[in-house]
Ligand binder design. Sequence first.
Ligand SMILES: Cc1cc2nc3c(=O)[nH]c(=O)nc-3n(C[C@H](O)[C@H](O)[C@H](O)COP(=O)(O)OP(=O)(O)OC[C@H]3O[C@@H](n4cnc5c(N)ncnc54)[C@H](O)[C@@H]3O)c2cc1C
Length: 389
Amino acid sequence: MSQTRSAEAFASLRASVRAFIDEEVIPREDLTRGHDGHWVAQTVRQLRVRAVARGLGSPRLAPDLGGLGLSWEECCGVFEEAGRSFLGPGALFCAPPGQPDVMALDRLATPYQRARYLMPLAKGEIGSCFAMTEPAPGVGSDPRMLSTRARRDGDGWVIDGHKWFISGASHARFAIVVARSDAGVSWFIVETDNPGFRIVREVPTMVPFEVSGHAEIRLEGCRVGPEALVGEEGRGLEHAQLRLEGARLFHCMRFIGLASRAMQTAQQYAAKRESFGARLSEHQMVQALVADAHIDLYAARLITRDVACRLDRGESIRHESSMAKVFVSEAVNRVADAAVQMTGALGISEDAPLSTILRQMRPFRIFDGASEVHRASIAKRAFAKGLRP
Ligand SMILES: Cc1cc2nc3c(=O)[nH]c(=O)nc-3n(C[C@H](O)[C@H](O)[C@H](O)COP(=O)(O)OP(=O)(O)OC[C@H]3O[C@@H](n4cnc5c(N)ncnc54)[C@H](O)[C@@H]3O)c2cc1C
């Protein structure tokens, strides 16, 4: 999928993305409208037009899908630049749920699904969502608890279930619904105008600058034909793993950018603000916060790049992507929290982006596998395979 490009060409592309984010995207952020989904979606749509005009299509997508065809390793730098703004990933069409859905469908879709769903999704003409999580007692962290059923009906299926926290559902043309069929866990495409598909509500959250929110959904007698099955029946958990591994890494790249912006803002504040007869930057406890943030981000970039290179080499990254997800999600939260601490009341206000950054980052320790669940899997593998630390 990725094209060969020289180091100079890549550096120039990265610089172009950085310039676009600084010149056109960050100036459009209005911190007081971070929870106005309509405004966020409209602004992102306008910025996408600007991105395309600058030759900045979706970084990871293949050129035949309208993308730049970057390798995973190259994505690290470009996604970090895009991630510095709340609006950047949407503007470059590298935000979830569309980005990981395109990647998964590119691997799994039938020719019919490619033409009807994947191509318009990749071009940004329609939206998608991925519907796995259910309210208790359904599936959350433990995939065995999936309770949505897909019952055979003629040559198709009838799906019944209750989902929630489904990002992008309210703006989606179709949902990839994860349900249990006779063969096991399976994926089905359900068009959102199917009479059996109903949005119950948008779940309010602490997270600002969401292009499309998180919805609660009911599937009631939802009939789909044989063309709805994605990939192989009964292999839905493997498909979900494939979708998630890439999605996690993209989150790492983006949030490294946002955390770096938070600490840069805090450093600028500490370089000028005085207390007890000295600049904040001269107090050793402030210096420790800055040093730890630099160490965290350096390590976060290295671990993310290593997993990206493994993906480029076609290696299995199950174990490494879990370690990267835990480390990076916790590191960027530490950095954002330190940035808020260093800037005092300004950090808590919405006059600066720091509190917004902290709120946007906090869920990363929960979605795509909570830290505790990844730690449990890492340790289980270490004992089962006798892995050397
Ligand atoms: C912003 C956001 C967007 C999301 N988007 C989507 C989406 O588009 N589609 C979708 O299907 N889902 C989505 N989700 C849901 C997400 O996948 C789930 O929140 C996640 O899988 C955890 O499930 P849960 O919330 O039910 O937590 P639970 O399973 O109830 O777990 C709660 C907590 O218990 C702890 N815990 C759980 N298991 C263990 C264990 N084995 N050992 C130790 N501690 C444990 C962890 O701390 C965990 O955070 C989203 C969530 C968020 C926050």
